[in-house]
Design a protein around this ligand. Structure first.
Ligand code: CU
Length: 221
């Protein structure tokens, strides 16, 4: 084989190896880096702000039309771009004792504070809902779930003026194990409530001790 031929072969092998490494990396990293999940109906605060303003997040009208999303985008756009990454590791099921009142929506200031703006008290945009509704959760990484716990605030709580506390919530639905890939649609019944309420969801994923938290604003009319 000529010198040039050997050099060409060596270069080809280097390129091929780099390609394989890149493919292997993307296979390993993609599920965790690109997707975990959150509640999409009724939408979690960060998902709602992303869905409604993601294409238009620099629009100054947002400040008047949707001040809570505005403050969230101002605080950190990554709250919205990473709408499915609001998680805590190794909570050992101790959600209530390890997440302080007033920090429920950020999962106790998870991920270095990326989601702290979601704890802000004010007139969050609320989705109209019947008192009996189906909660849809996107498990975008197919982790499956050990359980989902769904809470709704008690009548008398006002999200526009009061921080969210464990005492303001009632657990109204829970699931058993949900297999990876199985759609997550949880029937929820929250009778006796009118007006603006918060739906709080804890998803205990199955692949690791990884727990996700979300606040969805609803209007029961
Ligand atoms: Cu994940």
């Amino acid at each position: 084989m000529s010198i040039t031929g050997t050099a060409w072969l060596r270069r080809s092998l280097v390129v091929l190896f780099a390609l394989c490494a890149a493919v292997a990396m993307s296979v390993v990293l993609a599920p965790e880096a690109s997707a975990h999940g959150t509640a999409t109906s009724p939408p979690a605060r960060q998902y709602s702000c992303w869905e409604r303003w993601g294409d238009d997040h620099l629009n100054p009208d947002m400040e008047q039309e949707d001040p809570m999303c505005w403050q969230a985008w101002q605080a950190n756009p990554n709250t919205m771009w990473n709408w499915n990454g609001l998680l805590r590791m190794d909570m050992q099921g101790q959600h209530e004792s390890r997440i302080p009142d007033g920090q429920l929506c950020s999962g106790g200031q998870a991920e270095g504070g990326r989601y702290n703006s979601l704890d802000a008290v004010g007139p969050w945009h609320a989705t109209p809902m019947n008192n009996n509704f189906t909660l849809h959760y996107e498990d975008t990484a197919n982790h499956g779930g050990d359980y989902y716990w769904v809470y709704v605030t008690k009548q008398g709580y006002d999200p526009a003026t009061q921080p969210l506390t464990w005492g303001s919530l009632e657990r109204v639905a829970e699931t058993g194990v949900i297999a990876p890939g199985e759609p997550v649609d949880i029937p929820v019944s929250a009778p006796g409530r009118t007006g603006h309420h918060v739906v709080y969801v804890i998803w205990q994923a199955s692949h690791l001790d990884q727990a996700f938290y979300s606040c969805s604003d609803v209007d029961f009319g």
